[in-house]
Design a protein around this ligand. Sequence first.
Ligand SMILES: [Zn+2]
Ligand SMILES: [Zn+2]
Length: 136
Amino acid sequence: MRQTKQKRYIMEAFQNYHGHPTAEELYAVLSPKHPRLSLATVYRNLNQFADKGMINRVIIPNGPTRFDSILDFHYHAICEECGELFDIDSPEIRAVDEAIHNIKAFNVSNYKIMLYGTCDLCKVKSQHLHENPSFN
Ligand SMILES: [Zn+2]
Ligand SMILES: [Zn+2]
């Protein structure tokens, strides 16, 4: 009974969270309201949701696992400046997805692609920095 309630408020916090939280980030949101909740419990529940296909797990090499509420097709892009993870969907990316699934030499059931680069915000920042070194 207690576990069901726990699951519900962890899922609620997750769905209200904007973006792709780590277990730690979600725990930071939950712990003021639920002081008896542990990080391990948040982590375990998020993994259980992911195992059941209710949420997506985003594995980031050299980074903590993030969780995603969007189950529909999309790619992820990570900004190497600020570390923010972005959802990417575009006709070009759908064409790549189609091409991968059309590969004849292998039966592709799943694959992972992570785009690395600079987000718009960091791009603007570095441009300003270039024009005016005192800007930060
Ligand atoms: Zn950035
Ligand atoms: Zn996503």
